[in-house]
Unconditional design. Structure first.
Length: 208
């Protein structure tokens, strides 16, 4: 009987020691924090080398260095995001007037996302060269994304020359959409090269 009581007590003590509650009297994990968590030094976690189908519901924990005091821990709920951290979308544009895609509203909120462009392809008839017999200009071709009216827009066009009447072209482009929740927005750096085509940037971006 005494042995049974001792074993029972050991099991109960082991259970109590194994689970620690902060802000709660009924911990349901090894460490259960029932309230805010503040970390002001190193935060050590296991690395996640790969993501398997069984790991798809994990949450991301982020350390906020701008909190007061610094060190507030927040959960980045990926289920609540409308896009992933980085998204790659292929676009194809056809039946364009001449070659001028002047202003296409992509409808991505510029306060939430950064939109870049890659893998551009021009498929179709060639643009006629300029009338100057010496330079035979091929014009000023532009491929860019830009912000306007709170959303991202796209421009793909030759600003000075057009296709001949009856000719056609198709544009292929890959848009890369970044969620700003995951990235730091750095201040612009302006460098005056003084008419030269080489030199050094005026400053180094602060990445910390």
């Amino acid at each position: 009987m005494k042995k049974l009581i001792i074993v029972t007590l050991l099991l109960v003590c082991s259970k109590i020691i194994a689970q620690v509650g902060i802000g709660t009297t009924k911990p349901s994990a090894d460490l259960h924090v029932g309230g805010d968590l503040l970390v002001q030094d190193s935060f050590y976690l296991k690395s996640l080398g790969t993501v398997s189908p069984t790991d798809e519901n994990f949450k991301l924990i982020a350390l906020n260095t701008n909190s007061t005091p610094a060190g507030e821990v927040k959960v980045l709920d990926v289920d609540a995001l409308s896009v992933a951290p980085v998204n790659v979308i292929n676009y194809e544009f056809t039946n364009i007037s001449l070659d001028n895609l002047t202003d296409l509203d992509l409808q991505y909120d510029s306060s939430k996302y950064i939109v870049g462009i890659a893998n551009f392809r021009y498929v179709g008839d060639a643009i006629l060269k300029g009338p100057d017999p010496v330079t035979k200009s091929i014009g000023n071709f532009v491929v860019r994304t830009f912000e306007s009216g709170g959303t991202w827009h796209l421009e793909i066009k030759n600003r000075t020359l057009d296709l001949a009447v009856g000719k056609s072209v198709t544009y292929h482009a890959t848009l890369i959409i970044y969620d700003k929740s995951y990235y730091k927005h750095l201040a612009p750096i302006t460098t005056d090269l003084g008419g030269s085509n080489s030199g050094n940037a005026s400053s180094v971006p602060v990445l910390e």
